[in-house]
Design a protein around this ligand. Structure first.
Ligand code: R5P
Length: 289
């Protein structure tokens, strides 16, 4: 079986996968030289197949590239990447003249570095398939079954709420699995921390709203959706995000806006992680080995 190579901060993910796939986990030595450059050493059995486990956020790319290079030098002929969170998917278009379409450049870098990719619910919006970006084989794991199970166990009479048009893909899948109604609101984003969201067309005050989004970053989307629901007379919503990016500390602001709380899937380690995706991820990785 291939070795799973855990990037820093992803050791738990790697061990959860390792126990499900019966693969050994190798933790590489990755540190910075005094000048800031990266040092890499893999002290462990690699064999001919290696799987790097770590979210491909911007800063991690160089680590992924150096670990993949080292694994190949140590004998791996096939190197895969399990990136539970796939970064750079939101800049998928040139919104202003002169902007870089970094979703595409990042995909090119990753495609030139590893042989396959498994990820969880990437932000597919204006580009509707990873095949339009990545030239390597990719697998998308859907978190919907795990989210639907959590809602069925924890929320009484849920109504699912998507805060913007692109959320319909996640919200409708969860709604179908847990047999709940859903509504999709409209979002206008004027800046990184400046969003407005439309009001729901009814109060749903005999239900518990569950706002579902793929990413919580600054939290403005969750906060504004919560405000609109409360202003319309809805009960305190539970907020669920697949990827706990959390660029800003927002827990208090979300509660102040009237939310019941926020939970996330464990694609990015965070205190709000409540929904485990390891089984779904392991099934997808097994298909690639
Ligand atoms: C973008 O449209 C995504 O689906 C999320 O709605 C967005 O990334 C959330 O960002 P923030 O938490 O900064 O509002």
């Amino acid at each position: 079986m291939p070795a799973l190579i855990a990037l820093p901060g992803n050791e738990e993910h790697a061990h959860r996968l390792g126990s499900r796939l019966d693969c050994a986990v190798v933790v590489p030595e990755l540190r910075q030289f005094p000048d800031g450059e990266l040092y890499v050493r893999i002290d462990g059995e690699i064999g001919d197949r290696a799987v790097i486990v770590g979210s491909a956020s911007g800063d991690n790319f160089l680590r992924i590239a150096f670990v993949a290079g080292t694994a190949r030098d140590l004998g791996a002929t096939r190197v895969g990447l399990v990136a539970p969170y796939l970064a750079y998917m939101r800049q998928d278009s040139r919104f202003k003249a002169g902007e870089g379409v970094t979703a595409s450049y990042f995909a090119r870098l990753v495609s030139n570095t590893v042989d396959w990719l498994v990820t969880v619910d990437p932000h597919l919006h204006r580009i509707d398939s990873l095949d339009g970006l990545y030239t390597i084989p990719t697998t998308i794991v859907r978190a919907a079954p795990a989210i639907a199970r959590w809602i069925a166990a924890e929320v009484h009479r849920p109504v699912l709420v998507g805060p913007d048009a692109e959320s319909v893909q996640w919200v409708s899948a969860v709604a179908q699995l847990c047999g709940a109604p859903f509504v999709i609101l409209e979002k206008t984003r004027r800046g990184d921390r400046d969003v407005s969201i439309s009001s729901p067309d009814r109060a749903w005050n005999d239900h518990t709203p569950v706002v579902i989004d793929d990413i919580v970053s600054t939290g403005r989307t969750m906060i504004e959706a919560t405000r609109q629901l409360r202003a319309a007379g809805a009960a305190p919503p539970m907020c669920i995000a697949i990827h706990a990016v959390f660029a800003d500390a927002l827990h208090d602001a979300l509660l102040d806006a009237g939310a019941r709380g926020i939970v996330t899937c464990d694609t990015i380690p965070h205190a709000t992680n409540r929904i485990a995706i390891a089984d779904l991820l392991a099934d997808a990785v097994r298909e690639r080995l």
